[in-house]
Design a binder for this molecule. Structure first.
Ligand code: DGL
Length: 269
């Protein structure tokens, strides 16, 4: 098979990575995609580095068993904890979410004060501070761990007008508002669903999400390696999960902005 027509593998700990798939689909509609959501083990964000690396190896090996031509780590937690390991172990182009979002933030911020929100593991890793400094050494980065947000989003509690996510987000964002950041990275692929509440709390701040930034990086990587599909047909997406396919199909459509039907399979590690 022509390597360019092989699928792109995308994985996340749960549903959040679908916000990245949504962007990939809107820019690369002819690519085939294999998505793996590790829904049986979500969330990753409160776990140790060793555990996250082990989970990420499982995720990578699953995708590689489907002969993917490139992998997108659509999970900030996995990317910040395990990217180096992944690049050492596997011989496939890998695109993450941290570096592309950091690059965009460094290019966008006018006052050099950048906020990042993410899981405990992402913030603890220091990956965003490191990546932003590599693009803009004088930038000041203020990172806040927000461990309650992934469970809220996975439970469908992200809509404007719902007092629960609003109260939680106000508490997490207040210290970043006080630091006068002009750019905020939503450093978790679950958080784009909270975008409207965030922008209400921080109306003058430029918000950066993983999906658009990593899709730009993916396109650049596929172009660099001559791996872009040549097909004129709409690409096919196959979804794999490690817990109930039904609940994934039910809850995932809001993340990806289209119905998920038929093609969700259960994976047992
Ligand atoms: N979606 C993942 C991320 O981007 C986090 C979810 C989790 O904690 O597993 O960080």
């Amino acid at each position: 098979m022509d390597i360019r027509e092989k699928p792109i593998g995308v994985f996340d700990s749960g549903l959040g990575g679908l916000t990245v798939v949504k962007e990939i689909l809107s820019h690369l509609p002819n690519e085939n995609i294999i998505f793996f959501g590790d829904t049986g083990r979500v969330p990753y964000g409160g776990r140790s580095k060793e555990t996250i690396i082990q989970y990420v190896k499982d995720d990578m090996e699953f995708l590689l068993s489907h002969d993917v031509k490139a992998v997108v780590i659509a999970c900030n937690t996995a990317d910040s904890m395990a990217k180096e390991e992944v690049e050492k172990l596997y011989n496939v182009p890998v695109v993450g979410v941290v570096e592309p979002a950091a690059k965009k933030a460094a290019a966008t911020s006018k006052n050099g004060r950048i906020g990042v929100i993410g899981t405990k593991a992402t913030v603890r890793s220091g990956a965003y501070v490191k990546a932003i400094s590599s693009f803009s050494p004088s930038a000041e980065v203020f990172a806040a761990a927000c461990p309650l947000l992934v469970p809220l989003v996975e439970e469908g509690r992200f809509r404007k007008g719902d007092p629960v996510p609003e109260i939680v987000l106000r508490e997490y964002l207040e210290p970043l508002k006080e630091k006068n950041v002009d750019t905020l990275i939503l450093g978790c692929t679950h958080y784009p669903l909270l975008h409207d509440i965030v922008s209400e709390i921080m109306p003058d701040v430029n918000i950066i999400c993983s999906g658009p930034a990593s899709t730009e990086a993916l396109i650049a990587t596929l172009e660099r390696d001559s791996l872009l599909s040549r097909s004129d047909n709409a690409g096919r997406i196959r979804y794999f999960v490690s817990d109930s396919p039904d609940s994934f199909a039910r809850n995932g459509s809001i993340f990806i902005g289209r119905e998920i039907h038929g093609s969700v399979s259960l994976v047992n590690f």
